[in-house]
Every structure is written in structure tokens, then in C-alpha cells.
Ligand binder design. Structure first.
Ligand code: HEC
Ligand code: HEC
Ligand code: HEC
Ligand code: HEC
Ligand code: HEC
Ligand code: HEC
Ligand code: HEC
Ligand code: HEC
Length: 415
């Protein structure tokens, strides 16, 4: 026994029965913890997990710590996180109608949407709901960037820490950044081919500057904003997109209950002041390395391009909306209006059943969620290929397909 424990030294022995027993039960986790700042500062297992469980028989008494436990010692980071956009991850997920049509394993189980949207403090009601469905893990978002049980600052500062979630289908920031000149410089520097102090901005430099855990951007994810852009044509296109998001009633143009949700969950900037504040915040980072004129020009261009993307998008939405007006498409399932609803994602059966999926609406959804996202996000992350081939060019292709499908549907309908 003494020989075995000797591996860890007398210090651990003196500490806690948790460490001793868990060196056998979950040795890799103990090892992880033993190199952490927590171990260095005598923050032992029981500081986070409580001291009610001591054997195989009473495992149920263990506390799986949520963010409030971290807050006991890291109030500053907790409060910043709470004010930021990451704190809405779980609530946003549960606010979408599609979530409740898809398998629980992909939500509370943390394998699909829930694997990324675990980001965000859960309310007691949300936690109770999870437990009721039989899910007991996924209580903490602080371990999403500094993973347990090392809880390392260095790890969180590595752009890789963001990759799991900010990648792929609708938000490939990882792919865009890592193959941009910004990312290239970072990788080249890491290999020692540039001086260690050569400038190379990371995700964290631009989005969590100075370790501030409060994150937010001007355009946000949905790429809509209020007040609407001053340009009339562009404003009209944004209105059409807001209808397809169900934020404006497609029939009357009046705000729906979803606008309240958008406000509450900060899914868009709702005043010019809020938009400008976020813009100024990120521009300040760019100014550290580029000239002011250079940076201002990049953002002006981005917004001009945004308008062009939105005109394409609105044109496609209107084609599908006309099919409803003409009685070729019909409202089904839980669909709120005879109009496409993007918040059902690929579930264009609107819950009516998989045999009622509608293909033209899936193409329309992909145009919004995959290709429009890539087109505008690439501009901000300085990626030429995503801006053109994966973004704009694919939107043009989608529009072509939607025109063709609509023509076929009309022809079949009038047969
Ligand atoms: C005598 C052995 C023993 C001691 C002492 C012990 N544990 Fe455990 N612990 C276990 C066993 C066995 C499990 C179940 C492992 C499994 O599910 O594979 C467990 C599970 C856990 C889990 C995971 C629970 C889950 O649902 O997955 C945590 C966290 C934990 N222990 C923390 C602690 C803490 C903190 C202490 C000290 C206060 C402690 N343990 C003391 C044996 C022990
Ligand atoms: C700084 C806080 C903290 C400390 C200290 C800590 N843990 Fe954890 N531990 C967590 C968090 C957070 C989770 C994830 C909870 C969840 O999924 O809801 C976790 C989960 C676990 C799990 C279950 C998940 C898994 O991957 O198996 C085990 C077992 C565990 N801890 C053991 C330990 C042991 C043993 C120690 C001491 C050597 C320890 N923990 C120290 C925060 C801590
Ligand atoms: C009982 C107090 C306590 C609790 C609870 C606690 N920590 Fe810590 N934490 C510390 C101390 C002390 C340090 C070392 C501070 C220092 O070096 O300045 C630390 C350091 C850290 C660091 C910096 C590590 C580094 O590499 O510099 C991170 C990240 C961290 N904690 C995250 C967490 C998270 C996440 C939780 C909750 C799961 C948590 N802590 C819970 C006390 C605590
Ligand atoms: C690979 C990780 C990942 C998966 C899987 C995922 N999301 Fe997301 N989601 C994100 C990230 C990251 C963002 C923020 C992206 C951005 O701003 O560019 C986001 C943003 C969102 C937003 C917008 C939030 C806002 O306030 O603007 C909603 C709504 C959303 N996701 C719902 C879902 C739903 C529903 C699913 C599953 C059907 C899902 N997500 C699957 C990572 C994911
Ligand atoms: C576990 C998954 C996950 C990880 C890891 C993650 N994020 Fe996120 N991120 C999300 C989700 C989900 C959202 C959307 C939350 C919402 O708005 O409801 C988001 C939103 C954001 C936003 C706000 C976008 C907006 O709408 O304004 C920024 C910026 C961001 N993340 C940056 C980062 C950076 C930088 C890192 C790495 C240091 C990172 N994220 C790590 C899941 C993650
Ligand atoms: C050089 C600075 C910079 C770097 C590096 C950077 N971003 Fe961004 N990011 C921006 C700007 C600028 C915006 C758009 C701000 C706006 O809406 O005006 C943005 C927007 C975002 C958004 C909101 C949706 C979007 O794409 O427009 C997310 C999420 C995000 N970034 C995550 C990341 C992640 C993750 C990384 C690293 C893989 C990263 N960013 C690297 C500057 C940067
Ligand atoms: C989106 C990724 C991300 C999430 C989520 C996250 N952190 Fe961090 N954290 C970071 C980064 C990046 C740093 C390093 C900041 C720096 O030094 O510039 C950091 C640093 C820290 C530090 C060390 C501060 C210092 O200066 O030594 C603590 C403590 C900490 N985080 C606690 C938390 C807590 C508590 C939570 C949950 C409420 C949390 N973090 C969630 C990215 C994250
Ligand atoms: C830490 C320093 C740093 C920051 C911060 C930074 N950049 Fe850069 N940026 C660079 C370097 C270095 C290059 C590579 C210059 C070259 O191509 O010779 C670069 C290149 C660029 C390029 C040209 C890419 C190409 O393919 O030629 C653009 C556009 C750009 N940055 C925009 C921005 C914007 C917008 C921001 C803020 C959101 C920003 N940068 C923040 C250092 C930075």
C-alpha cells in the first residue's frame, strides 16, 4: 500500500480519501488534477464535488458542480461569462421548435446540438427537466474551454479550444481563421518560423480580449439587426428574412412573440448604440496591428457585401412564399404560417412526419444556414475561398435550383 501511494507522495496521502481511492478508480483524472493550479493551491476534489460520497455505495451523493461552484472562487470570470453571449447557449437551443422534434440524445445527451449548446448556465428549472429525462451530466460550461481536470489557462488561450463548436456546417470560424493569413501566421509562428512576438491574432485576441469572458458581436449569428439598415432595398430584404425567421408575421408584417425571444436572448443588436459598441470593441483590436483607414475600409466593404447577399436570399424566399400563395405548398404540422420557417431547420415537415418533408424548403434553408452564413462570416474572418466558392457561389447555385424546382412544381400542379 505504502509503495503504491508513494508514487503520488505523502502530500496526497495527507489530503483526502477522494484522491487515494480515485487513483485506482479514475487514475487519469487524478493525474490531470495533480498538475493543475488547483492541486498546487490545495483545492481538492471535495472543494468542487462536496464531501458526502466516500465509497462505491454512495456515488449518488456526489455533487456534479455547476458554474456557481466555480463562482465561489472566480466571481469575476463568472460574472463576465454571465453577461456574455455564451451564457445563452442552452436557453437558445431550448427556445427553438426544432429542438423538440429531434432525439433527446442529441440535446440533453450532449452528442449533437447539446454538445455545443451546453455552453450557458442552466436555470434550476432547466436542470430539473434534464434530470427528469434521465440526464445527470453536462452541468458546467466553464470546462468547455479549460477542460477538466487540468482547468488550464494556457489551454483556453489556444484557438483549438474553440474548434469543437465553432466549425463545420453553419459557423466554420475555425476553418476560415486557420486557413486565413491571420491563422497561417499563428501556425507558422508556433513552428518557430516567425519570431515569438510576431503579430498573429487568435480567436481569443479578437473575442475575449484581456481575458474578458463577456463575448458578443455586432451582427451576431442570424445576421439581422434593428434598426434596419438605412438603404431601402437592403431593409426590405432584411424584412423578408425576418419573416422567414418568424420574427415578423409574414402575412401582416407585424412583430410576433418571437421578437420578444430575440430581445431576451440577445439574438440581434436592437439599437444602433448596441451595434456600434460591439463594432468599436473589435475594431480597437484590429487597430493594434493595422492602420485605421485599412480597418474601416474592411468593415465598410463587409456591410456592402452583406446587402448583396441579402438581396439574393430574399429573392429565394419570395419564390417559395409564392408557392404557398398559389396553393402549391400547404401549411403542415406545427408550421405557424403558410410561409417557410427557418427555425425548424431541416425539419421542413414541421413535425407532420418524415414523409412530408419538403425539398425546395430544404434547399432554401441550406441557402440561409450554410451558404449565407459562410458568405458573410468569411468576410469578417478574412477567408477568400469561403467568401466566394463556399459562400456567394453556392448561394447563386441554390437560387438556380430553387427557380428550377418551383417551375417543376408549378408544371406538375397545373397538369
Ligand atoms: C473508497 C473509494 C472511493 C472514495 C473514498 C471516493 N470515491 Fe468517488 N467514486 C468511487 C467509485 C467506485 C465511483 C463510481 C465510479 C464509476 O462509476 O465507474 C466514484 C465516482 C465518483 C464521481 C463520479 C460520479 C458520476 O456520477 O460519474 C465523482 C465526481 C467522485 N467519485 C468524487 C469523489 C470525491 C470528491 C470523493 C471524496 C469526498 C470521493 N469521490 C471519494 C469511489 C470512491
Ligand atoms: C475545480 C473543480 C473540480 C475539482 C477540484 C475536481 N473536479 Fe471532478 N469534475 C468537475 C466538473 C466541472 C465535472 C463535470 C460535471 C458535469 O459533467 O456535470 C467533474 C466531473 C468529474 C467526474 C465525472 C466525469 C468523468 O469524466 O468521469 C469524476 C469521476 C470526477 N470529476 C472526479 C474528480 C476527482 C477524483 C477529483 C480530485 C482528484 C476531482 N474530480 C476534482 C470539477 C472538479
Ligand atoms: C475553492 C476555490 C476554487 C474553486 C471552487 C475553483 N477554483 Fe479555480 N482556482 C482556484 C485557485 C486558488 C487558483 C489559482 C489562482 C492563481 O494561481 O492565481 C485557481 C485557478 C484556476 C484557473 C487558472 C489556471 C491556470 O492555468 O492559470 C482556472 C482556469 C480555474 N481555476 C477554473 C476553475 C473552474 C472552471 C472551476 C469550477 C469548475 C474552479 N476553478 C473552481 C480556486 C478555486
Ligand atoms: C458544432 C456545434 C454546434 C451544434 C452541433 C449546434 N450548434 Fe447552434 N450554435 C453553435 C455556435 C458556435 C453558435 C454561434 C455561431 C455564430 O455566432 O457564428 C450557434 C448558434 C446557434 C443559434 C443562434 C444563437 C443566437 O443567439 O444568435 C441557435 C438558435 C442555434 N445555434 C441552435 C442550434 C440547434 C437547434 C442545433 C441542433 C439542431 C444546433 N444549434 C447545433 C454551435 C452548434
Ligand atoms: C462548447 C461549445 C463552444 C466553445 C468551446 C466555444 N463556443 Fe463560442 N459559442 C458557442 C455557442 C453555442 C454560441 C451561441 C450562444 C448563443 O448566442 O446563444 C457561441 C457564441 C460565440 C460568440 C458570439 C457570437 C454572436 O452571436 O455574437 C463568439 C464571439 C464566440 N462564441 C467565440 C468563441 C471563442 C473565441 C471560443 C474559444 C475561446 C469559443 N467561442 C468557444 C459555443 C462554443
Ligand atoms: C482578427 C480578429 C478576429 C479573429 C482572429 C477571429 N474573429 Fe471572429 N469575428 C471577428 C469580427 C470582426 C467579427 C464580426 C463582427 C461584426 O459583426 O461586426 C467576428 C464574428 C465572429 C462570430 C459571429 C458570427 C460571425 O462569424 O460573424 C463568431 C462566432 C466568431 N467570430 C468566432 C471566432 C472564432 C471561433 C475564431 C477563431 C477560430 C475567430 N472568431 C477569430 C474578428 C475575429
Ligand atoms: C469561451 C472559452 C472560455 C470559457 C467558456 C470560460 N473561460 Fe475562463 N478563460 C478563457 C481564456 C481564453 C482565458 C485566458 C485569459 C487571458 O489570460 O487572456 C481564461 C482564463 C480563466 C481564468 C484565469 C484568470 C487569470 O487571469 O489567471 C479563470 C479563473 C477562468 N478562466 C475561469 C472561468 C470560469 C469560472 C468559467 C465559467 C464561468 C470560464 N472560465 C469559462 C476562456 C474561457
Ligand atoms: C495581432 C495583429 C493583428 C490583428 C489584431 C489583426 N490583424 Fe489583420 N493581419 C495581421 C497580419 C500580420 C497580417 C498579414 C499581413 C500580410 O498579408 O502581409 C494581416 C492581414 C490582414 C488582412 C489581409 C489578408 C490578405 O489575405 O492579404 C486583412 C483584410 C486583415 N488582416 C484584416 C483585419 C481585421 C479586420 C482585423 C480586426 C478584426 C485584424 N486584421 C486584426 C495582423 C493583425
Amino acid at each position: 500500500m505504502w509503495v503504491f501511494l508513494g508514487l503520488w507522495g505523502l502530500q496526497a496521502l495527507a489530503q483526502e480519501d477522494c484522491v487515494q481511492c480515485h487513483k485506482k478508480i479514475t487514475p487519469k483524472q487524478v493525474k490531470d488534477w495533480s498538475v493543475s493550479k488547483h492541486a498546487e493551491n490545495d483545492i481538492t476534489c471535495s472543494a468542487c464535488h462536496g464531501d458526502k460520497h466516500h465509497s462505491k455505495k454512495d456515488v449518488a451523493k456526489v455533487r456534479l458542480p455547476d458554474e456557481h461552484v466555480c463562482a465561489e472562487c472566480h466571481e469575476e470570470q463568472f460574472n463576465q461569462f454571465k453577461r456574455g453571449k455564451h451564457n445563452y447557449g442552452w436557453t437558445v437551443l431550448n427556445a427553438l421548435p426544432v429542438t423538440h422534434l429531434e432525439p433527446d440524445e442529441l440535446m440533453e445527451g450532449g452528442k449533437g446540438c447539446g454538445g455545443c449548446h451546453n455552453m450557458g448556465i442552466k436555470s434550476p428549472a432547466q436542470r430539473a427537466e434534464m434530470h427528469k429525462r434521465g440526464y445527470r451530466y453536462q452541468n458546467n460550461s466553464c470546462d468547455e474551454c479549460h477542460t477538466r481536470h487540468t482547468f488550464s489557462k494556457k489551454e483556453a488561450l489556444d484557438p483549438k479550444a474553440c474548434q469543437q463548436c465553432h466549425m463545420g456546417y453553419d459557423h466554420p470560424q475555425w476553418e476560415m481563421w486557420s486557413s486565413s493569413k491571420h491563422g497561417t501566421r499563428w501556425f507558422v509562428r508556433a513552428r518557430g518560423h516567425l519570431p515569438q512576438n510576431a503579430p498573429a491574432p487568435t480567436c481569443q485576441d479578437c473575442h475575449l480580449p484581456n481575458g474578458n469572458h463577456e463575448n458578443r458581436t455586432a451582427w451576431g449569428f442570424l445576421g439581422v439587426r434593428l434598426p434596419l439598415p438605412q438603404d431601402k432595398e437592403w431593409a426590405q430584404a432584411q424584412i423578408t428574412i425576418l419573416k422567414a425567421l418568424g420574427v415578423l408575421n409574414p402575412l401582416t408584417g407585424k412583430p410576433t412573440a418571437r421578437l420578444e425571444l430575440v430581445k431576451k436572448l440577445e439574438m440581434a443588436r436592437l439599437t444602433k448604440k448596441d451595434f456600434d459598441r460591439e463594432r468599436a470593441r473589435v475594431k480597437k483590436v484590429c487597430y493594434q496591428c493595422h492602420s485605421q483607414s485599412y480597418v474601416d475600409f474592411q468593415f465598410q466593404q463587409a456591410d456592402m457585401y452583406f446587402k448583396k447577399i441579402d438581396l439574393l436570399m430574399a429573392q429565394a424566399i419570395n419564390i417559395v412564399a409564392d408557392l404557398y400563395k398559389e396553393g402549391i405548398l400547404h401549411k403542415r404540422g406545427q408550421q405557424p404560417y403558410p410561409y417557410p420557417d427557418f427555425l425548424y431547420f431541416m425539419r421542413t415537415d414541421y413535425g407532420a412526419g418524415f414523409d412530408q418533408l419538403d425539398y425546395i424548403e430544404q434547399v432554401l434553408f441550406e441557402m440561409y444556414m450554410k451558404h449565407r452564413m459562410r458568405a458573410y462570416q468569411a468576410f469578417f474572418h478574412v477567408n477568400p475561398d469561403y467568401a466566394y466558392w463556399y459562400g456567394w457561389a453556392m448561394m447563386v447555385k441554390d437560387l438556380g435550383e430553387i427557380e428550377e424546382l418551383a417551375a417543376q412544381m408549378r408544371a406538375n400542379h397545373h397538369k
